[in-house]
Design a protein around this ligand. Structure first.
Ligand code: DX5
Ligand code: ZN
Length: 221
């Protein structure tokens, strides 16, 4: 099964962002995860286009943009032009999910839907053929550094079965509280892409932290 590590820069040291991202890349990071927050869909404000642009100039890794914002459709064209590879939004934040997925793909990006801990799989069932990624939130979105919700494992298992049943090759990403202790069970349940913020940029050696996460997938700790 493929295995991608997507370090989240949400809580990285923005004053040293070039060095931090390059260290993650040296450790084998596959994507760089960018959490866009608007202070409405989630309580926090984070960053948007200027930081995506800066990251685009720092790394050639695919940019995995996770929008925790109302009306994410407003940003599809802009983020595509900035070079985003993955555009993931929350279905509660827009009225016409299928239309947005199509618009994202038409702009040449991979289309992702994020499921909050309380959002049922039904939110993606009717659009499985229209999406390239399902993001299962393993914390309530809004902040880095929260504890992994254990109910996520069962949900990942059910999303895996849904994707397999429908013949979908969409990526299955888990986001929130991923550490060397939690990643293995999520991987074993069928996730293939792992967002990690504190577990990478909260460490003294982000390169080694990425390697440790990859190793921890293979062995249960
Ligand atoms: C939370 C964000 C996550 C966050 C993960 O709302 O979507 O991507 O950066 O941070 P950690 O890995 O510290 O839980
Ligand atoms: Zn995220």
């Amino acid at each position: 099964m493929p295995l991608r590590i997507a370090p989240s820069v949400l809580n990285a040291d923005l004053g040293r962002i070039r060095e931090q991202v390059q260290l993650a890349e040296a450790g084998g990071a596959d994507w760089i995860h960018i959490d866009v927050m608007d202070g409405h869909f989630v309580p926090s404000l984070s960053f948007g286009a200027p930081v995506i642009r800066a990251l685009r100039s720092i790394t050639s890794l695919p940019l995995d943009v996770h929008l925790m914002v109302e009306h994410p459709e407003q940003y599809i064209a802009e983020y595509a032009d900035l070079g985003a590879r993955v555009f993931t939004f929350h279905p509660e934040a827009t009225r016409h999910v299928q239309r947005q997925l199509t618009a994202i793909r038409e702009r040449g990006m991979l289309a992702g839907v994020a499921l909050n801990p309380a959002t049922p799989l039904a939110a993606v069932e009717e659009v499985v053929t229209d999406l390239d990624l399902v993001l299962v939130m393993s914390v309530n979105p809004g902040f880095g550094g929260q504890a992994f919700l254990r109910t996520t494992i069962d949900k990942v298992d059910r999303v895996r079965r849904l994707l397999d049943t429908k013949g979908s090759r969409a990526a299955l990403e888990v986001d929130g509280g991923i550490t060397v202790d939690t990643i293995h069970n999520a991987y074993a349940a069928g996730a293939d892409t792992f967002v990690a913020g504190s577990a990478v940029f909260g460490k003294d050696d982000p390169a080694q932290a990425v390697r440790d996460l990859r190793l921890a997938c293979a062995v249960s700790i």
